[in-house]
Design a protein around this ligand. Structure first.
Ligand code: BTN
Length: 328
């Protein structure tokens, strides 16, 4: 949309940008540019217009939009990014699109989700204007089991993006919750679809929800001890469009590495895994056992030792691990 193209230009330039230059770059008339600017203002963008100088973006409405996200992405990536003001769930959207033949690399981003989904069938709170709700569609050519390491790789990629853009140090709670100051700021939900007849892997949708600019009072009371946002932990209001773009680029780089080596990020995952060395509670169905987390195994499983001295490598799909003391 022309409106998004104009926004993209204004987002990536500080100061004034001439209307003539915008119309030349986009191959449209000055009138079309002026109409696009009017539409952007109607949407809440503050844009100054000064004769002989052009337009200058002074303020944004605080929503995550296609134009703003794409402004931070290289041109060749933009075509496969779809940004929604509000959607049921970016994972559900990509699964529907995948069934219609959508390509590898398609990315869905939302400013709000009305039916965001978390792991184990839980809801994922996805309030407008404060978080990032992002899903990536992948079509790896491999057996379903081989795709199991993708989620841990994605967690590392998201940590890299957050650390780079926000200057903080995130860690991972096994298996793939991202923590800042021991509070969960990000969760990941990966969903696989298989071909009906052959049971071959058809698509993988990796969904990531980041609490970015939420204030503590935005969280329900029962979550306040364990949940946080980048804002609540660092005091900085983060440009969500910039962080979204950084996440997309980090996920793309992750996939390129994973294609060649299914364990490419194992060492980085180990370095970031905060669960190791902690006392944990292992939940398997109704059965609960306390253990000490020893290490991250070669297959990203969690190696634990029980009080009786026996050891076991836990597999993400079959158990849940909770910290015995505090969140981790
Ligand atoms: C969890 O912590 O339980 C996982 C949360 C995953 C939430 C993300 S937000 C984007 C994508 N769309 C969804 O409906 N869920 C994932």
């Amino acid at each position: 949309m022309l409106r998004d193209d104009v926004l993209m230009i204004l987002c990536t330039h500080e100061g004034y940008f001439s209307g003539a230059e915008i119309s030349r770059r986009l191959g449209v008339t000055r009138m079309a540019v002026s109409n696009a600017v009017r539409a952007l203002r109607d949407d809440g963008y503050e844009i100054d217009a000064v004769t002989n100088r052009g337009y200058c973006l002074r303020g944004t409405p605080g929503r995550l939009t296609q134009g703003e996200v794409c402004a931070f992405l290289p041109e060749q990536r933009r075509a496969l990014v779809r940004c929604f003001d509000s959607i049921d769930s970016t994972n559900s959207y990509l699964k529907r699109e995948a069934m219609q033949g959508a390509p590898h690399g398609l990315c869905a981003v939302a400013n709000e989700q009305t039916a965001g989904r978390g792991r184990s069938g839980r809801d994922f709170r996805s309030a407008a204007d404060c978080g990032i709700y992002l899903s990536l569609l992948l079509r790896p050519r491999c057996a379903p089991m081989e795709a199991a390491t993708l989620t841990s790789h994605a967690a590392v990629a998201v940590c890299q993006a957050i650390d780079r853009v926000c200057g903080c140090e995130t860690g991972i709670k096994w298996t793939n919750d991202i923590l800042l100051n021991e509070r969960k700021i990000c969760g990941t939900l990966t969903e696989l679809t298989l071909e009906g007849e052959t049971a071959a892997l058809d698509s993988v949708v990796i969904g990531i929800g980041v609490n970015v600019n939420n204030r503590m009072m935005d969280f329900p009371l029962e979550l306040r001890e364990k949940a946080g946002s980048i804002f609540s932990e660092t005091g900085q209001t983060v440009n969500r469009a910039k962080l979204t773009a950084a996440m997309i680029e980090a996920l793309d780089a992750m996939y390129a590495a994973w294609e060649h080596d299914r364990f490419a990020y194992l060492q980085q995952y180990r370095d970031r895994c905060l669960t190791v060395g902690r006392e944990v509670r292992v939940l398997r169905g109704d059965h609960v056992r306390d253990a000490l987390a020893q290490s991250v195994a070669e297959d990203f499983g969690l190696r634990v030792r029980y009080a009786d001295g026996t050891e076991e490598t836990l597999n993400a799909g079959e158990v849940t691990v909770r910290g015995k003391n505090g969140y981790i």
